[in-house]
Design a protein around this ligand. Sequence first.
Ligand code: LLP
Length: 424
Amino acid sequence: MTLPGSPFLAYRGPDLYLDDVRLGDLAEQHGTPLYVYSRRAMLAALAPYQRALQGRPHLICYAVKANSNLAVLQTFAQAGCGFDIVSAGELARVLAAGGSASKVVFSGVGKTRAEMATALKAGVKCFNVESTAELDVLSEVASGLGLTAHISLRVNPDVDAGTHPYISTGLKGNKFGVAHEEAVATYRRAASLPGIQVTGIDCHIGSQITEIAPYLDALDRVLDLVEAIEAAGTPVHHLDLGGGLGITYTNETPPGADQLIAELLKKIDARGHGHREVMFEPGRSLVGNAGVLLTEVMFLKPGAQKNFCVVDAAMNDLMRPALYEAYMEIVNTEQRSEVATVWDIVGPVCESGDWLGRERKLAVKPGDVLAVLSAGAYGMTMASNYNTRGRGAELMVDGAKVSLIRERETIADLYRHEKLLPSA
Ligand code: LLP
């Protein structure tokens, strides 16, 4: 059987390995649910971005929201990456992991004044500003502190990324960015405000994009704007083309990052913008296929209409199937020779939406450890404590080396901040 995504994940005999580590052993030693990531797979996913951008001014800003574990951020910081953040919390993580604020871009439609001040004092490279209202507040906060906010406007190029509506962000009806038609005027305003220094332009059209065409369309629209903005007297230094490159969950065939970037650079050069610093904000494509979620089979419930395989991971551990009806491959970490049956793989949470996979053909027995694949992105970062379930542990493997990078939450952790009412 071929597994999607990562060459670092493979069967050796009947046993599934990530790097040189047998996943069944990790489940036994650390318990389940358990997230396991491969450091090598992350660096291998970064390599084509770095190769394609070599020799020109660039910055790859890993989108922290995809997987914000400190060890993951440390891995990318050591590899020379910057970071795309959306909160002061993510900034704190980047700094705690050894990242540099001077390589951070701060995105998001709702930055608070306090977050702006924290980011200004830390010295972030750029604020990706999403509205005139935000621009005005940022100007106030920066000038109040006697500091300068370097900004790009996130423009909304109105292109359809052809992806799930919840993760498509570049269309007019989305809450994101400044409308194309208003961009030139908003740049003019930005250039006149105290405490604001225009440095770039930014767009991000969506996530899990599996084609090059929407990127090229967006780029054309962005370059049109850059030309109009500069003609109106405001120089634009860098182009930030966002993240969004998809991965293979099952049979998707996204372009490689090197192929995507080569085509984008070709257009940038052909249109005479080759001198600009180019930035990207990849999240999923750097970590998605570098991680799995391990879960133990608890009970099998064969039924008249459906067969349910109840596992110990649930929608609180991995929300993507419940939220987006996302398909994520599920395999047994120890291949069985018995005949496979069709199962719905469900968790213990009290909702019918709590499933990890539907109608999956698997040979399973209680006690088996299943691996949900491609779970390195938007897995742990979207996990919650619903049903008062502690979040699982996280491990990083590197060859045969295993590091615990986040301890499993205890039950006491879950209500540590809660208080009983004073007794009457
Ligand atoms: N930059 C900005 C401004 C973003 O909003 C995002 C993701 C990224 C970069 C990184 O995009 P990526 O390369 O990971 O596609 N929870 C959803 C995905 C939400 C993406 C939100 N924004 C999922 O599980 O599919």
